[in-house]
Design a protein around this ligand. Structure first.
Ligand SMILES: [Zn+2]
Length: 167
């Protein structure tokens, strides 16, 4: 007899940046500033990301597009890979993502590939990172981990034939 399972994602909805601690606001501001450095001549969809590493180091990234579209890279992975290339032992406490163009509805969420990349970092560091998805002068959605943002993700244990750990 088949069973049904439901997977839930916890999202903490902050009405504005003001209700967040200063450290989180600063991280969102860094993501917003990074979006201005995006190279997005094709989509005109500028995205900024900022990672807060342990020892309070902030590393930012923006989307970097290419005429050969798949060669481009999202802001989240640009920031993550830059951070880990420079600080390979660092622990990522949080990532903030801001898309200045999006002013209505809900904050933009990372694409599937970026979610998978962020989950890999959680495995690498042995713990979760908080995800802050912010709108300019608007709401912030806080998600407690990358893993919760991509249920049933592909995990390192699968490569070893271990299958997925039940959540
Ligand atoms: Zn992405």
């Amino acid at each position: 007899m088949a069973r049904q399972r439901t997977v839930r994602i916890l999202i903490v909805e902050h009405p504005s940046w003001r209700s967040l601690p200063k450290e989180d606001r600063d991280l969102l501001k860094a993501a917003l500033a990074a979006a201005r450095k995006a190279y997005a001549p094709y989509s005109r969809f500028r995205v900024g990301a900022a990672l807060l590493l342990d020892e309070r180091i902030v590393v930012t990234g923006s989307n970097q597009e290419n005429a050969s579209y798949p060669a481009g890279c999202c802001a989240e992975r640009t920031a993550l890979h830059a951070a880990m290339a420079q600080h390979p032992k660092a622990y990522v406490d949080a990532i903030a993502v801001v898309v200045p163009k999006v002013r209505r509805g809900e904050p933009v969420t990372p694409c599937g590939i970026c979610r998978q990349a962020l989950i890999e970092q959680e495995h690498r560091q042995g713990g979760h990172m908080r995800i802050l998805l912010g709108m300019v002068n608007g709401a912030v959605h806080e998600i407690p981990s990358a893993e919760s943002l991509l249920p049933l993700s592909f995990t390192p244990s699968m490569l070893k034939g271990g299958g997925r750990k039940r959540t």
